[in-house]
Design a protein around this ligand. Structure first.
Ligand code: ZN
Length: 292
């Protein structure tokens, strides 16, 4: 099966197998590349079986290559390396134009698709904001990190957030028991013990800070950050992919592919903030500041 997509005045061909190409009007199994010039790359293919290259001087079997049309109107198939070898810069240029046309087509389709989903995404954003506002999540996080905590503890927590280091440990002096049987775990722990002048010390978990990442990531929940996201959505809803040049197309496509991830990441930030703001978690932090 061959599919045609008209793309800015050019035809893009999808090649499913060798028969697709051989049956095309104007296709020649062998062309003399010395008597003809390359016009355009029509398709790129990767097929199961190998078949001969259409260039008279080559005829090497290959399964990855390009369907091309020549100045004479003849079409043939050439391997990737041959194209460069026989048609030089013309081939490189035509190959790039072809890739750009294929990408443009794909980007436009993806952008249109995302435009249809925009209503649902806006609703998700709105629900997130309502959720944040209802429990005053952003202000509570900001208040705790920047006002309630002293700056030294706040900095230490931010550092932990960057490293995702949620385990707060404490060094305890080990009292050696006259045990005769040592388990594998005992032995592993003993190897990690620190031998100091005052005796043998071991690092033990004191407590775990839930949602530690929230100490930094909560900033993404500010109304400024959300308003920015909404403006991006407004901008995206206005664009018509058919009017965009290639550069803008690439930019809008990138955005369209990133928005779901951004919304998912924000849900995660909200969950982390909620875990962090649990009273027992806050108490563990404020009561054991010296350990952090
Ligand atoms: Zn060849």
């Amino acid at each position: 099966m061959i599919e045609y997509n008209t793309e800015g005045g050019r035809t893009l061909v999808k090649v499913g197998d060798w028969k697709d190409m051989y049956e095309r009007v104007g296709f020649e199994m062998i062309v003399d590349e010395r008597e003809d010039k390359l016009k355009e790359v029509l398709a790129r293919y990767t097929l199961k079986n190998q078949n001969a290259c259409g260039l008279k001087s080559c005829r090497r079997p290959h399964n990855r290559g390009y369907l091309v049309i020549l100045e004479s109107g003849k079409e043939t198939n050439i391997g990737n390396i041959c194209g460069k070898k026989h048609f030089g810069i013309d081939f490189e240029k035509s190959k790039n134009e072809f890739t750009k046309a294929v990408n443009s087509q794909k980007y436009r389709e993806n952008i249109f698709e995302k435009k249809y989903q925009l209503g649902g995404l806006r609703l998700e954003i709105q629900l997130q904001r309502e959720n944040i506002d209802q429990i005053n999540l952003y202000e509570r996080m900001h208040g705790f990190v920047e006002r309630i905590l002293d700056s030294s503890t706040s900095e230490k927590l931010k550092d932990r957030a960057r490293r995702n280091a949620s385990i707060v440990s404490v060094s305890r002096r080990v009292v050696r028991e006259e045990a005769t049987i040592e388990s594998f775990e005992d032995r592993r722990q003993r190897q990690e013990d620190r031998h100091l002048a005052g005796g043998v010390y071991r690092e033990e978990t004191a407590f775990i800070i839930a949602g530690i990442e929230a100490v930094i990531s909560y900033k993404k929940l500010s109304s400024i950050a959300y308003n920015e996201l909404v403006s991006e959505m407004d901008f995206f809803s206005q664009i018509n992919p058919d009017d965009l040049d290639y550069k803008s197309l690439v930019r809008s496509h990138k955005w369209s592919q990133s928005i779901d991830g951004k919304i998912r990441a924000l849900s995660e930030v909200i969950e982390n903030c909620k875990r962090f703001m649990v009273t027992s978690n806050i108490q563990k932090i404020t009561q054991n500041k010296f350990l952090i």
